[in-house]
Design a protein. Structure first.
Ligand code: VGL
Ligand code: ZN
Length: 198
């Protein structure tokens, strides 16, 4: 059941400049997630619930970049403006920032891959994860499915996620794949309808 209690955590995936319009690997309407995520942040922050922000944090020669044999234009190079969070994304007090895919020779779409995310969640007794951000068909999907594998209950924030859509329909297929694995869909309306426990 979707409950907002002290074991519920928000995970905001890769809402960075390069994934938004004007960036080097723009997700169509990627910035549309920002005001919606701001509402989720407000709800979690007002209840003192943990908020995690993942970020793609590549070295300049990352293997996913076209000039290094990968499929993507260079993006989210650590420390550059393109790797910054979207300027209107509120960063909650006490937020935990998880940098990923920082090794040159390995792709890591999931926020759990090679990071302390699972350990940090368990340290806070988080069992229930609400996951949204960019991109539905890559890092959001990989993070949600890994969350299940790690034993968490996972909800996809469908109103706060957008896909790259390298092939049209990729986001819809990603959502099907997530739901087939056990991820459940949620929106702000579902949260607002909850009798909140603490
Ligand atoms: C992502 C493509 C390349 C993502 C990261 O955050 O979904 N997509 N690197
Ligand atoms: Zn990347």
């Amino acid at each position: 059941m979707l409950i907002l209690d002290s074991s519920t955590a928000l995970i905001i995936v890769d809402v960075q400049r390069d994934f938004c319009p004007g960036g080097s690997l723009p997700v169509p309407e990627g910035d549309a997630v920002v005001p919606v995520l701001a509402s989720y942040v407000e709800i979690f922050q007002s209840r003192g619930l943990p908020i995690f922000y993942t970020r793609d944090w590549h070295p300049p020669d990352h293997c996913s970049f076209k000039e290094h044999g990968g499929i993507w234009p260079a993006h989210c190079v650590a420390g550059t403006p393109g790797a910054e969070f979207h300027p209107r994304l509120p960063i909650a007090r006490g937020a935990i920032i998880i940098s990923k895919a920082a090794a040159p020779d390995r792709e890591a779409y999931s926020g759990f891959d090679g990071t302390p995310l699972a350990r940090e969640l368990r340290a806070r007794d988080s069992h229930r994860l609400l996951v949204g951000g960019l991109a539905t068909d890559y890092c959001v999907k990989a993070t949600a499915l890994d969350g299940l594998r790690e034993g968490f209950h996972v909800w996809l924030l469908v109103d706060a996620s957008r896909g790259v859509e390298v092939h049209p329909g990729d986001s819809a297929r990603a959502i099907e794949e997530m739901e087939a694995g056990g991820v459940r869909p949620a929106t702000l309306a579902d949260l607002r309808g909850l009798s909140v426990r603490s």
